[in-house]
Design a protein around this ligand. Structure first.
Ligand SMILES: *[C@@H]1O[C@H](CO)[C@@H](O)[C@H](O)[C@H]1NC(C)=O
Ligand SMILES: *[C@@H]1O[C@H](CO)[C@@H](O)[C@H](O)[C@H]1NC(C)=O
Length: 362
């Protein structure tokens, strides 16, 4: 009798131990943050109809279509032109203030960052980024005002990127209707896709989709993914190490993916985790992607996924120029002018070296 009670006591002890262990490991997997904390970090408030109210923390600025004779800082001109009247998207188009006479320059289709949920082509940090690349490369830049989630879940942003690519093609085809800046400056055989963070993710998907279309006479010669925003169900080492990152902590990313992915999809959906292949894109298609520049920073939780994607692309015959910096953080070029200049220089080199190749992909 005494023995039996002792055993039950032991069993009880074991049970407590087990219970304790389960709790501990769950806590490791799920950092203890409330949903409210994530909303506060992002400056968003969910509405009953599923939309978000977004606090505008970074100012938006108007386009600058006119030369300002007294300005010492103006380096490019910009103007907003409608893209798709049904989705109410537009393009903010940039051209260098002083383009070289009689020489054609590349067209860069740019997709801004903001986790598919925040920001705009008008947001000052992206506006300045486009002014710089237009003046420095030099290039005509078409910054796409794409639709945001959760009001418009993926693939809405990819659809809008495709609208921008088809708009570029229509500019090339329809000599009459084309925009004056584009007509004057753009070499349509020198088109590049460029995206930062969520925009980098959209560039990847848009480039894959573009392989199925006849884009002639335009040619997408390369794609630049700057710290592209990808994820997955299983955590990478960098995500675990930097789970409490000051810029994109894991619990915030997890919430953002629930906003942007199709309803009921998890983070292994192809939109989030491009390495879940076999479901979507066949490898023969991956091989036909144009030349890629991948830029990452090892202080960014996303860096491991970026390295994995590079390995995957290279294994499938895609030519990749990778630039992985020590330190840094997500969006470093938006707050650090030295890092920004390094990125502009690297992108410019990538574009010029890509255009030296006689061989044109697909
Ligand atoms: C340009 O406009 C003319 C006159 O409207 C038309 O005949 C011609 O087909 C147009 N060209 C293109 C490339 O659309
Ligand atoms: C800014 O970026 C440069 C170059 O990447 C780096 O050396 C420097 O430490 C950064 N500065 C700050 C304040 O993070």
């Amino acid at each position: 009798m005494a023995m039996a009670i002792y055993n039950i006591f032991l069993l009880f002890l074991c049970f407590c131990q087990l219970g304790h262990k389960i709790t501990a490991s769950d806590e490791q997997k799920t950092p203890s943050h409330t949903l409210q904390e994530a909303y506060d970090v992002l400056g968003i408030k969910p509405n009953p109809d599923g939309s978000l109210t977004r606090e505008i923390r970074i100012p938006m600025v108007n386009a600058t279509p006119n030369v300002e004779p007294t300005s010492t800082t103006q380096i490019a001109l910009s103007k907003d032109i409608p893209l798709n009247p049904f989705t109410k998207t537009f393009i903010r188009l940039y051209k260098p203030l002083n383009p070289t006479k009689n020489s054609k320059i590349p067209l860069i289709i740019y997709l801004h960052g903001g986790d598919f949920v925040l920001f705009s082509a008008k947001t000052v940090i992206f506006h300045e980024f486009c002014n710089q690349i237009s003046a420095q490369f030099p290039a005509v830049v078409a910054s796409v005002e794409y639709r945001l989630a959760p009001e418009h879940r993926l693939p809405a942003a990819y659809d809008d990127a495709m609208d921008a690519i088809m708009w570029a093609r229509s500019q090339a085809v329809c000599g009459n209707g084309s925009d004056a800046w584009i007509k004057q400056l753009v070499d349509f055989s020198h088109v590049f896709l460029l995206g930062s963070s969520a925009g980098g993710n959209a560039v990847y998907h848009a480039a894959l989709r573009a392989l199925d279309l006849n884009l002639s006479p335009i040619k997408i010669r390369g794609m630049i993914m700057n710290q592209p925003y990808f994820g997955g169900v299983h955590r990478t080492e960098s995500e675990i190490k930097l789970s409490e990152d000051a810029y994109i902590p894991l619990y915030v990313n997890d919430l953002l993916w629930t906003f942007s992915l199709p309803k009921n999809a998890n983070r292994d959906h192809e939109f989030c985790n491009p390495l879940m292949i076999g479901r979507s894109y066949d490898l023969g298609k991956i091989k036909r992607l144009p030349r890629v520049m991948m830029k990452g920073d090892d202080g960014d939780p996303l860096v491991d996924r970026e390295k994995m994607l590079v390995k995957f692309l290279e294994a499938n015959g895609v030519e990749v120029v990778s630039i992985f910096n020590e330190g840094g953080h997500h969006g470093i070029e938006l707050s650090n002018t030295t890092a920004a200049q390094e990125l502009y220089d690297a992108m410019k080199n990538f574009i010029h070296s890509t255009l030296k190749f006689k061989h044109i992909n697909h």
